[in-house]
Design a protein around this ligand. Structure first.
Ligand SMILES: *Cc1c(COP(=O)(O)O)cnc(C)c1O
Length: 434
């Protein structure tokens, strides 16, 4: 602990500065704290951009590890003893078939459905939070989660040899539950929704002295999402896109992609550009979309009821900042219903070969809705963020996908089944045509 602080203070004089209140600007030491003592505003990591500019270049980044840690100087760790489990540098795929279907000319998909180690964007934030937790001397880590965060925290804690106790709502999908249990954390399934889980965890954080990645470590955790912005800029050949579409749960990821683009511009790694920010929510939990549509500067909390459980946060901590960014960048925040979410999952799978979970279905469905409303220019370079993997939310697709054709191990059985399926396909087409 003492050693960690000593290292931290050394680093402090260079790039890492302090925790700074987003509301009143008060500054704090870089400890495990997330709320301003003066105004209760959220704390954010502050860097010295003059020093940062001197210490990074496109070349040094390109020569770095093939993971989020190539952006090490932009992340809130004080030493090089970070946890690198290969998180980040996921594919940025140029879309052809989905783009044509939607009528877009320059669409890209940032595919965090294949992020490491647990197949969601949460691996980014947890890699950073646990690296910092270790520097601060924590031996037990924890989180309040809608599923993916628990998976990530359990897996990366196992890798780092940290004790782990994670909290989820008790009604999560089987894949999300198994995806935590396999790493043998203590898993608390709370009878209640995410917002109730989160409230309970705030109390535990006060009494147990654990590192909660999304509570007392939140300023560090949230910085991990900036890498979603950094990677897209680098993968586009050190250029910013014109428009991004991303899902909103707490709103953190959305606001940090924005911060990432700002920082790259500030230190001269890319040319500055007005990037439009559009957000996606599920209708059954859309407090941020509602605030945006009504032009409000506060969030009215809701009780979630949607299949998109991973983004079902009724009282989103960064909702207000997400609304602000969408407004000032001339973007939009839209919501879609559960049927549209399933269609979104299928559309992405059938056109691009990417199987995403309900959050990704939400994002694709919102992308489609925005295009149809004329809110995305076909010639804009548009990046859509796919943040989770479909194998974790299989329940959502029950009854919405085909079945295998079961046959005998004989050629004629195969031929008959093939003929039947082709006839069926023709009939379906005729139905579509009439
Ligand atoms: C957590 C999560 C998000 C969004 O998280 P924020 O709280 O808005 O940062 C998006 N997609 C998936 C799959 C998630 O698990």
């Amino acid at each position: 602990m003492t050693q960690a602080i000593a290292n931290l203070n050394k680093a402090n004089t260079s790039i890492l500065q302090s925790l700074k209140c987003k509301e009143c600007g008060a500054e704090y030491e870089l400890k495990a704290t997330h709320v301003c003592e003066l105004c209760f505003g959220p704390l954010e990591v502050k860097y010295n951009y003059d020093v940062l500019r001197q210490s990074v270049s496109r070349e040094t980044i390109e020569a770095g590890p093939n993971s989020i840690w190539r952006y090490r100087q932009f992340l809130p760790v004080a030493t090089d003893n970070y946890i690198d489990v290969g998180t980040g540098m996921t594919p940025l795929v140029r879309s052809h078939r989905l783009a044509r279907r939607l009528g877009l000319n320059k669409l890209y998909i940032k595919n965090d459905a294949v992020n490491m180690p647990t197949l969601s964007f949460k691996d980014r934030v947890v890699s950073v939070a646990l690296s910092r937790a270790r520097e601060l001397g924590f031996t037990t880590v924890s989180c309040a989660s809608t599923g993916n965060l628990a998976n990530s925290t359990a897996a990366i804690a196992a890798h780092a040899g940290l004790d782990c106790c994670v909290f989820i709502p008790s009604d999560l999908e089987a894949g999300k539950v198994l995806g935590s249990l396999i790493y043998s954390p203590t898993l608390m399934a709370v009878k209640g929704n995410y917002d109730q889980v989160n409230r309970l965890c705030s109390e535990v954080a006060n009494t147990h002295g654990w590192g909660f990645v999304n509570i007392n470590l939140r300023p560090y955790y949230s910085e991990g999402s900036k890498t979603l912005g950094f990677e897209v800029a680098e993968q586009l050949g050190w250029e910013l896109p014109d428009h991004i579409v991303a899902p909103l749960a707490s709103g953190s990821l959305f606001t940090k992609i924005y911060k990432g683009f700002q920082e790259f511009t500030k230190v001269g790694l890319v040319e500055g550009k007005e990037v439009r920010f559009s957000g996606a929510q599920a209708e059954g939990c859309s407090p941020i979309a509602t605030a945006f549509k009504e032009g409000r500067d506060f969030i009215q909390p809701v009780k979630p009821n949607t299949i998109a459980k991973s983004i079902a946060i009724g009282n989103p901590a960064d909702g207000v900042y997400a609304v602000e960014i969408a407004q000032k960048t001339n973007g939009n925040i839209e919501s879609v219903n559960d049927t549209e979410i399933i269609e979104g999952i299928k559309l992405l799978a059938e056109t691009e070969g990417i199987f995403t979970e309900t959050a990704g279905g939400t994002t694709i469905a919102v992308l489609k809705k925005l295009v149809e409303a004329g809110k995305i220019n076909p010639d804009e370079t548009t990046v859509v963020y796919i943040t989770g993997n479909g194998l974790k939310t299989q329940e959502a697709l029950q009854g919405y996908i085909g079945e295998p054709l079961t046959i005998e191990a004989k050629l004629d059985s195969f031929e008959r089944a093939l003929e039947r399926s082709r006839t069926l396909e023709r009939l379906e087409w005729q139905q579509v045509l009439v």
